[in-house]
Design a protein around this ligand. Sequence first.
Ligand SMILES: NC(=O)c1ccc[n+]([C@@H]2O[C@H](COP(=O)([O-])OP(=O)(O)OC[C@H]3O[C@@H](n4cnc5c(N)ncnc54)[C@H](O)[C@@H]3O)[C@@H](O)[C@H]2O)c1
Ligand SMILES: *[C@@H]1O[C@H](CO)[C@@H](O)[C@H](O)[C@H]1NC(C)=O
Ligand SMILES: *[C@@H]1O[C@H](CO)[C@@H](O)[C@H](O)[C@H]1NC(C)=O
Ligand SMILES: *[C@@H]1O[C@H](CO)[C@@H](O)[C@H](O)[C@H]1NC(C)=O
Ligand SMILES: CC(=O)N[C@H]1CO[C@H](CO)[C@@H](O)[C@@H]1O
Length: 350
Amino acid sequence: MLTLLTSMYLVVRAVSSRAEPIRVVVTGAAGQIAYSLLYSIAKGDVFGKDQPIILMLLDIPPMLPVLEGVVMELQDCALPLLRDVIPTDKVDVGFKDVDAAILVGSMPRKEGMERKDLLKANVAIFKTQGAALDQHAKKTVRVLVVGNPANTNCLIASKSAPSIPKENFSCLTRLDHNRASSQVAMRCSVSSDNVKNVIIWGNHSSTQYPDVHHAKVNVNGSEMSAYDAVKNEAWLRGDFISTVQQRGAAVIKARKLSSAMSAAKAICDHMRDIWFGTKEGEFISMGVYAKGNSYGIPEDLIYSFPVQIKNKTWKMVDGLSINDFSRAKMDATAAELVEERDTALELLSQ
Ligand SMILES: NC(=O)c1ccc[n+]([C@@H]2O[C@H](COP(=O)([O-])OP(=O)(O)OC[C@H]3O[C@@H](n4cnc5c(N)ncnc54)[C@H](O)[C@@H]3O)[C@@H](O)[C@H]2O)c1
Ligand SMILES: *[C@@H]1O[C@H](CO)[C@@H](O)[C@H](O)[C@H]1NC(C)=O
Ligand SMILES: *[C@@H]1O[C@H](CO)[C@@H](O)[C@H](O)[C@H]1NC(C)=O
Ligand SMILES: *[C@@H]1O[C@H](CO)[C@@H](O)[C@H](O)[C@H]1NC(C)=O
Ligand SMILES: CC(=O)N[C@H]1CO[C@H](CO)[C@@H](O)[C@@H]1O
């Protein structure tokens, strides 16, 4: 029996090590988030330790020399799973047959730039990239949008890729989710894996609502609600929320650069959960298409919800009780997204 199991194991190993490489594109590949992200992907942290990878690195023409440096460093890492690295400034090359797309690059706000002009530039980028995904990517591609404004960029990309299911698009709010878990964990003096089921609702901005009404904390081996574990309602309804909402700005103020290491880690968590599923009884936050939600959020939006993932398919966690405190905050962040969407759709139609 044991020999049978052993030989079955060896067969499985042999098959998986000969697995077809998957193709993963990262845009903004010459930027600072990508610099932390690419190594984790290439060494197997996201798609599995037995899954060979071809990395496509997309950036804009002036960044091609920098991208060459990134390619050299990836080669110098001598990673066995990394089968090829393809740097490019062309979307038709970068998105060709991709299984996963991580869209990090976007137009940053420049001094004196009007809000609408910034949105216009991003609508143009994500329209082009959505159309390229539609034309060149696998129809089963999973697309994660990180570049800000992430929710609206994600909506524009998915609307520009009508042949790919809307469910295959999501945007990153996992960094906010991780920040919220970590704040609660530190407050309770437990490690972060003892906190589960926090929720980020809405936009990836300072109006997001980090909600711990359904969160659980394991303290000394017994699981309790976050409210019981923290024992400080004023903090949970006040400083906790504002700390998570303002964390991005606080990091920029301190580092003079935006979050990169933690953003890369969150991207890995998000994509790994899509690939391998969430843990039984746990949910995570991601920005997804709001159609059919049970929380009264306007439907044609990419809004951050609690989701569970199985077999590479997410399902919204429905029917959680929402009190008045939460309701007001969920609606405020939705209103912001509706306004941004309407402007973006107007720009898209021009
Ligand atoms: N959703 C989140 O949680 C989250 C967290 C942190 C940062 N962000 C956002 O991620 C983005 C990237 O951050 P960063 O720190 O790596 O910025 P960065 O400026 O260091 O890098 C961005 C890269 O994108 C490239 N780029 C710009 N337009 C492009 C295009 N059309 N196609 C391909 N590449 C393009 C730039 O040339 C640059 O190399 C920013 O928009 C930032 O606001 C989101
Ligand atoms: C939504 O969040 C993004 C990302 O932080 C931000 O750029 C955008 O301005 C927000 N939308 C609105 C309408 O404030
Ligand atoms: C957990 O156990 C430690 C050590 O026994 C104790 O000091 C601490 O108060 C306990 N925490 C809670 C919340 O019960
Ligand atoms: C998993 O998803 C694939 C593709 O969508 C489908 O063919 C398969 O039946 C699913 N498997 C399970 C166990 O649900
Ligand atoms: C994450 C997700 O919902 N993926 C879906 C992408 O589309 C395929 C069909 O093309 C579905 O099977 C996946 O569930």
